[in-house]
Design a protein. Structure first.
Length: 302
């Protein structure tokens, strides 16, 4: 009997706590406090246009949290007005500016699903990509985000790619391409770090496979030369001299300046003060010309 009474008491306490937690929250999910514009004027009886313009004023004033509530009210009170769709779209922007990246992605997904033919849909794809990009920067564990998890970074690359492919005339296309290059380089660095980890632990098969992924997937990245070195060393340790020699020849032929300036390359990559300006790692060596991997000189290199 005592156990039953105790259980009922717990349920009652939970019920009271639940009611208290919802106090003052309306159907939009925001506080039930009176609606005010930027000047403090009452908006509780305002029409859709005035409420929407007040939200825009908060956005201009760099107060996205306050704008979000008004955008939500416009959508809840005036769902069929021309301001509802605009408020829904600008809510994604407000979440992004408030650094609520999870909410920005959710809002973008919802907008894309419900309004795929909106004339500004490319902007929503752009915001979703930026939000996923920034989600990778704000993990709860701290430290280098690219050493924790790159799933958001990969999703961001996909989002930017969809924008570039589907909306070639978009004003956001160029910035999307620049972000894709940055993401490619970061993902390549991540995979090279993993390959390095395997190499240090003498897991040569795993090291070579991860390095091969970098070479095949991230051509143009400055991590490719190091990936080739890891492949060469792994093949040698696995008693595969022909593969090791071929890999060394490709490295010397494709990245002659990397071989010549390797130490300075990694000094600068680590953030040390440059001793001199580095040439393009894949360019011609000083005083020479690029090596052709199919030529006799390239074949005999190493």
């Amino acid at each position: 009997m005592r156990k039953i009474v105790l259980a009922l008491l717990v349920f009652m306490l939970l019920g009271v706590a639940g009611c208290g937690g919802d106090k003052g929250i309306n159907e939009t999910g925001y506080s039930d406090e009176p609606l005010k514009d930027r000047q403090g004027n009452d908006l509780d009886s305002a029409d859709a246009e005035r409420m929407y313009k007040s939200a825009r004023e908060f956005m201009v004033d760099e107060q996205p949290e306050k704008a979000l509530r008004l955008y939500a009210e416009v959508q809840a009170r005036f769902p069929f007005s021309p301001y509802a769709a605009q408020s829904e779209m600008e809510s994604v922007t407000a979440h992004y500016k408030a650094e609520e990246f999870d909410a920005a992605v959710s809002g973008a997904d919802r907008f894309i699903k419900q309004r795929p033919r909106n004339p500004h849909i490319d902007y929503i794809y752009y915001l979703r990509a930026l939000s996923n990009y920034n989600r990778n920067e704000t993990g709860i564990l701290g430290g280098d985000p690219d050493k924790r998890d790159t799933s958001y970074l990969r999703q961001s690359f996909t989002d930017f790619s969809l924008l570039v492919q589907n909306y070639p005339q978009s004003v956001y296309r160029k910035d999307a391409q620049l972000h894709m290059i940055d993401i490619r380089n970061r993902l390549a660095t991540f995979d090279v770090n993993v390959a390095e980890y395997y190499l240090r632990r003498h897991a040569y098969v795993a090291a070579s496979r991860r390095a091969e992924t970098v070479v095949s997937r991230y051509q143009g990245s400055d991590s490719v030369p190091r990936a080739l070195e890891i492949m060469e060393e792994s093949y040698a340790k696995l008693s595969l001299p022909d593969l090791a020699e071929d890999t060394r020849a490709i490295l010397q032929a494709s990245y002659p300046n990397y071989i010549l300036h390797r130490e300075e390359f990694y000094r600068q990559r680590a953030g040390d003060k440059p001793r001199y300006d580095l040439p393009d790692v894949g360019g011609a060596p000083a005083g020479g010309k690029p090596l052709d991997p199919d030529s006799a000189e390239g074949s005999n290199a190493g």
